[in-house]
Design a protein around this ligand. Structure first.
Ligand code: SF4
Ligand code: SF4
Length: 425
């Protein structure tokens, strides 16, 4: 990205030299991890372009939207029903929080043993590094894990926030609580945008976001074949970009990528040699630019065939029912769809175990890597149950706990290589 955006970044209040440092690291990382791959699909050029313009063109689009009196709403969790934002003619962006830069600033106010994702979003704000956060008219938090909900109390000193209370169980009373929170969120969005959410607008938004999910489902189906036609890294990137690109444009581009992929599948053309161990990732979301573990895995003689994660199938598996025509019914359809999310914040959470085993079998995965951020209690603790469920199904598991630093790359590589050797046998 060049100087043509500097004035815009200055206007947004970014720390220009720290931000330059971030872009430099991002560019280097991207070159090593993405552009060095062989046999990439032509359709990935769009994703390369979007990533290269991640703090440029897309931010410019958001500024234009703001000038047209649209509101920008930032979210951190796939529990926030973004359909309500689009229905009020707002723009919803996922705030990524996948980099270590800004950690020092975050650790001035957060305990060091906080998960890297939380430190990242607080650090990005304090160090003035993220043009998305600075573009937001409202940031939506949620009471998923303790670390996040307490960090939001601090975060709201810096940005306008709305926090949704999320249930921790899935009984009728919990659904009722979630529904009341969805309605409170709808009122907040209507208030901030000054637009009423009607059945017609919400129906359109539901179709818009379902179509994006359908394109990602199609991609997941196509990449499941053998030989594997696309790298796991590339599919992760597609999922990451789905959180901040324009949904209609993104859907069109991903469907074009899938058309190309279909040709590759028909020709039985793989991205790696046939017989290479197929691994599935499961666990915490990997936000941009957290590509460390997928890179380690795919440079250790294995290919990633699926991601059981919020930046993966947890976010795309379920659609909102489009058969309902009245507003009340649509709200219920949203509530039902979002209550099916199997985040480790729920207790008990048997659906996630079923999904992991089912997905690993369907993808013919030779093994699963359970990925959790250090200090993330929901996922590190739930890993025990995941391991037991997979053991019962005869599928090997490797548990990894890490953060965003590069210090443990060699150690990770040794463990992953040993696991690849094990599943190969
Ligand atoms: S892992 Fe849980 S808390 Fe994190 S984004 Fe997903 S649903 Fe939200
Ligand atoms: S990774 Fe775990 S600890 Fe970190 S924000 Fe997500 S649920 Fe919370």
């Amino acid at each position: 990205m060049d100087d043509k955006y500097t004035a815009m970044w200055e206007q947004l209040g970014l720390d220009i030299s720290a931000h330059d440092g971030l872009l430099k690291v991002l560019g280097q990382f991207y070159g090593d991890i993405y552009l060095s791959q062989d046999k990439r699909l032509k359709g990935m050029e769009y994703l390369d372009f979007v990533l290269s313009e991640v703090h440029g063109l897309r931010i410019q689009e958001l500024q234009k939207a703001k000038a047209a009196e649209k509101k920008i709403i930032g979210t951190f969790c796939v529990f926030v029903p973004e359909e309500l934002v689009w229905a009020a003619d707002g723009v919803c962006v996922g705030l990524c929080a996948g980099a270590e830069i800004g950690k020092e600033s975050a650790e001035k106010i957060l305990p060091r043993n906080t998960c890297a994702l939380i430190k990242s979003f607080v650090g990005f704000k304090l160090a003035k590094l993220c043009p998305y956060i600075e573009s937001c008219d409202l940031v939506v938090g949620e009471t998923t894990c303790d670390g996040k909900k307490k960090a939001y109390e601090i975060f709201e000193e810096y940005v306008p926030m709305h926090v949704m209370e999320l249930p921790q169980m899935k009984r009728d009373a919990d659904r009722a609580l979630f529904k009341s929170e969805v309605l409170r969120f709808k009122s907040k969005i209507e208030e901030i945008t000054g637009r009423q959410i009607t059945a017609e607008r919400l129906g359109g938004a539901i179709r818009l976001i379902n179509n994006r999910r359908r394109a990602l489902q199609r991609l997941n189906k196509l990449r499941a074949g053998s030989p594997c036609p696309i790298s796991g890294r590339d599919v992760l990137l597609v999922n990451q970009i789905s959180f901040y690109d324009d949904p209609a444009r993104f859907t069109e581009k991903i469907n074009a990528l899938c058309d190309e992929l279909e040709g590759r599948v028909k020709a039985e053309e793989g991205i790696v040699e046939n017989g290479m161990p197929r691994l599935m990732m499961s666990g915490c979301p990997m936000a941009v630019p957290n590509w460390k573990l997928p890179y380690v895995v795919e440079s250790s003689g294995a290919v990633i065939v699926g991601e059981e994660s919020c930046i993966g199938t947890r976010n795309t598996r379920d659609l909102v029912d489009e058969g309902v025509k009245n507003l009340g019914g649509m709200i219920d359809a949203l509530v039902d769809r979002y209550m099916r999310i199997d985040c480790a914040c729920f207790t008990p959470n048997p659906e996630r175990l079923e999904h992991i085993v089912g997905m690993a079998k369907e993808l013919q995965a030779d093994g699963v890597i359970h990925y959790a951020l250090q200090f993330c209690h929901p996922y590190t603790v739930e890993a025990y149950k995941v391991e037991k469920a997979l053991e019962k199904a005869g599928i090997p598991l490797l548990r990894i706990e890490t953060d965003y630093s590069m210090e443990d790359v060699e150690q990770l590589k040794t463990r992953v290589e040993a696991f690849v050797e094990l599943v190969r046998q």
